[in-house]
Design a protein around this ligand. Structure first.
Ligand code: NDP
Length: 444
């Protein structure tokens, strides 16, 4: 059995009951196999064994008190996966589904994603199985403060720099950062995604969604096409989905659907982004409320149905494994020719197989959604330089980074004889830089 497959078998055996982590490692190692096995120095240095074992995992209790005086306890995590090319960097997720497997898959993916940005950042991820939905402002603050009262000792601007993710936006980052600063008594730039009044970067909120669309547009351009006049389905209606939809429409595409975990809305005339922003960002409401704004729009219960809508381009921007093999077949049948992932691992392994077999232009999240973390790294640079760039400057840098990522993954895929297989391209391109840094730093 090859070195790569032996390591994969060992990872699965050593980490039982972690299906999402197995899925992410399997997808990555399978596409790295020919490349890694052709370069025996990787085996000699134990690179894959080290790449698949987090440098450190912190799991902690998060006790907090609700508005009625009842005590709750959640589980908090920070997985510091790999710091070969820079301090750990990756978001914090608050969602009831959070567990060790999800934290490990996200931080494993983050290592290669951060490498692809070309910026000096390692990979990590954290979170808690806390559900912010339906909580009062004070309860959210109490939870964030308790979470940070443990986390602060493990992070730092040269150690580990968290950011937002599902359930963690500007509000939560403000509460987390405020508590960090209070404990350490220092204005470190230990978080990204901060508010603009205390060190945040213009363009960070939009970065993941905009970056996703910049990469998609570049890919289409290099295939003699563009987003203009295309029908696009975007899943989710959070930070990534809203800004992806907004950029698609700025480029002349028509977004006809958005979803949340309860269902999806279809608007044949094109989604009204301002209405969605008001519902989701101002009122913190549900996507079904969209039909109050646009009378022709139709709401359907159950979020999976969104993949049955006819479209040219699909941008899954909600969560992991939201699009399975049958959904992928349905998309292909309806003529969808490009799928770029705003979310992390939204397509199951079967779905990815369907896309590749049918020559769909498919870009995995670790490349397509890297714009968020890239602008986070730009936020770190601005903080270090004690300066702030304009929105246009940040947006221009984001665009350049996404075009570079596309060229990098496309060129690597071509070099290894898999033209337009961006799974292979992203994994090998991301891996090469991390592996080289690890080799140069010795066995650590
Ligand atoms: P938000 O919390 O802003 O939005 C998440 C959206 O996904 C909501 O519409 C939510 O619906 C939906 N969703 C969450 N869980 C589920 C589920 N189990 N089933 C169906 N829908 C679900 O998060 P983001 O927009 O920030 O993140 C979305 C994805 O993008 C995640 O995979 C994240 O890891 C990834 N990502 C985010 C980055 C960022 O900068 N924010 C950077 C790179 C990747 P509901 O309200 O019903 O829960």
């Amino acid at each position: 059995m090859s070195y790569t497959m032996r390591v994969l078998e060992q990872v699965i055996k050593r980490n039982p009951n972690e299906p999402e982590f197995h899925q992410a490692v399997t997808e990555t190692l399978t596409s790295l196999q020919p490349y890694v096995d052709a370069n025996p120095e990787y085996e000699k240095a134990g690179i894959l064994e080290r790449l698949c074992e987090p440098e450190r995992i912190i799991i902690f209790r998060v006790p907090w008190v609700d508005d009625s005086g009842k005590v709750h306890v959640n589980k908090g995590y920070r997985v510091q996966f790999n710091s070969a090319i820079g301090p750990y960097k990756g978001g914090i997720r608050f969602h009831p589904s959070v567990n060790l497997s999800i934290m490990k898959f996200l931080s494993f993916e983050q290592v290669l994603k951060n490498s692809l940005t070309g910026l000096p950042i390692g990979g990590g991820k954290g979170g808690a199985n806390f559900d912010p939905k339906g909580k009062s402002e004070r309860e959210i603050m109490a939870f964030c403060q308790s979470f940070m009262t443990e986390l602060y000792r493990h992070i730092g601007e040269n150690v580990d720099v968290p950011a937002g993710d599902i359930g963690v936006g500007k509000r939560e980052i403000g509460f987390l950062y405020g508590q960090y600063k209070r404990i350490v008594n220092s204005y470190d730039s230990v978080f990204t995604g901060k508010g603009l009044t205390y060190g945040g970067s213009l363009g960070r909120t939009e970065a993941t969604g905009y970056g996703l669309v910049y990469l998609t547009e570049e890919m289409l351009r290099q295939h003699g096409d563009s987003i203009e006049n295309k029908t696009v389905v975007v899943s989710g209606s959070g930070n990534v989905a809203i800004h992806a939809a907004e950029k698609v429409q700025q480029l002349g595409g028509k977004v006809v659907a958005l979803s949340d975990s309860n269902g999806f809305v279809y608007d044949a005339d094109g989604i009204d982004i301002d209405a969605v922003k008001e519902i989701k960002l101002v009122k913190r409401g549900r996507i079904y409320e969209y039909t109050d704004y646009r009378k022709n729009a139709v709401y359907t219960e159950g979020s999976k149905g969104i993949w049955g809508i006819k479209c040219d381009i699909a941008l899954p921007c909600a969560t992991q494994n939201e699009l399975d093999g049958d959904d992928a077949k349905e998309l292909v049948k309806n003529g969808c020719f490009a799928v770029c992932e705003g979310a992390n691992m939204p397509s199951t392994s079967e779905a990815v197989k369907v896309f590749l077999e049918n020559k769909v232009l498919y870009v995995p999240g670790k490349a397509a959604n890297a714009g968020g973390v890239a602008v986070s790294a730009l936020e770190m640079s601005q903080n270090a330089m004690r300066t702030s760039w304009t929105f246009e400057e940040v947006d221009q840098k984001l665009k350049e980074i996404m075009i570079n990522i596309y060229n990098n993954i496309a060129n690597v895929a071509k070099e290894v004889g898999h033209e337009d297989n961006f799974v292979v391209g992203a994994n090998i391109a991301g891996f090469k830089k991390v592996a080289e840094a690890m080799m140069q730093q010795g066995v650590v």
